[in-house]
Design a protein around this ligand. Structure first.
Ligand code: DCP
Length: 230
């Protein structure tokens, strides 16, 4: 099959002019981010930008998410570079609405996911070095500002149960140790504020509960999430 890797149409896209109030929702795999986004997308004046998992699963026909989970040593660089690209795109997107609500960010891609792959010996050091250089360049040269992080905090066990229940085939081999180390990296970054800088205030919502209770907790924090920029 012929593959075309050039995209001539985007050569001169203007940079965003004004900074939009941006909220990023962060947390482990299966912590409830999609539920959070679905809840808040009904709110007036909010535009939601979900993580483009479908794009990651079809890069010119290649499922990079599946490849990474099947053989991380070989494919996590390809996968994480593509994630980085899609995240830069989301950070730089304009919104017609007052509040931009984004699922994860370039920060967590680097500080949690890439860091986890490297520390767990699932990513060769040279790949980690290359990704870090890319990340550093982006951080210095692109607008990746976030005004508020909402951290959905759940135990690795809760995350594992939800991953099993939703049955996304790529994730079925994810071990509890992987979820545990991702959890620890989120906690180190957002709660203990170790090693990596937190770019903005953090609001923590615990999501170790059923769906009804989760909606209640989101509702309770609604004003402090949506009205902070007023
Ligand atoms: N992923 C990754 N590296 C990243 C970002 C995501 O390896 N930098 C992986 C983790 C998941 C998949 O991509 O297997 C989708 O990520 P999410 O956990 O963000 O999406 P969910 O829909 O699973 O979120 P939630 O269950 O909280 O709704």
């Amino acid at each position: 099959r012929e593959r075309n890797y050039d995209n001539v149409q985007t050569a001169s896209r203007p940079k965003p002019s004004k900074k939009k109030y941006t909220v990023a929702v962060e947390g482990n795999i299966g912590c409830g981010k999609s539920t959070f986004l679905n809840y808040f997308k009904k709110a007036h004046n909010v535009e939601v930008f979900p993580e483009p998992v479908d794009k990651w699963k079809d890069v010119h026909g290649f499922n990079t998410l599946e490849k990474m989970y099947n053989d991380a040593q070989r494919w996590s660089l390809a996968f994480q570079s593509f994630v980085q690209l899609t995240m830069v795109d989301i950070h730089s997107k304009e919104s017609e609405h007052g509040i931009k609500l984004i699922e994860r960010s370039l920060y967590s891609a680097r500080y949690c996911f890439v860091e986890n792959l490297y520390r767990s010996n699932l990513m060769p050091e040279v790949d980690y070095a290359v990704l870090s250089e890319f990340y550093n360049w982006i951080q210095e040269n692109q607008d990746m500002h976030v005004d508020l992080i909402v951290y959905l905090q759940a135990t690795p066990k809760t995350c594992q149960d939800r991953i099993r229940a939703r049955n996304r085939h790529e994730e079925q081999s994810v071990p509890i140790e992987y979820l545990q180390s991702l959890h620890d990296l989120h906690e180190d970054w957002l709660i203990h504020q170790k090693k990596f800088k937190v770019p903005c205030p953090v609001l923590v919502i615990n999501t170790d509960c059923d769906l009804q209770e989760m909606y209640k907790r989101f509702d309770k924090q609604k004003d402090s999430i949506l009205l902070r920029n007023k």
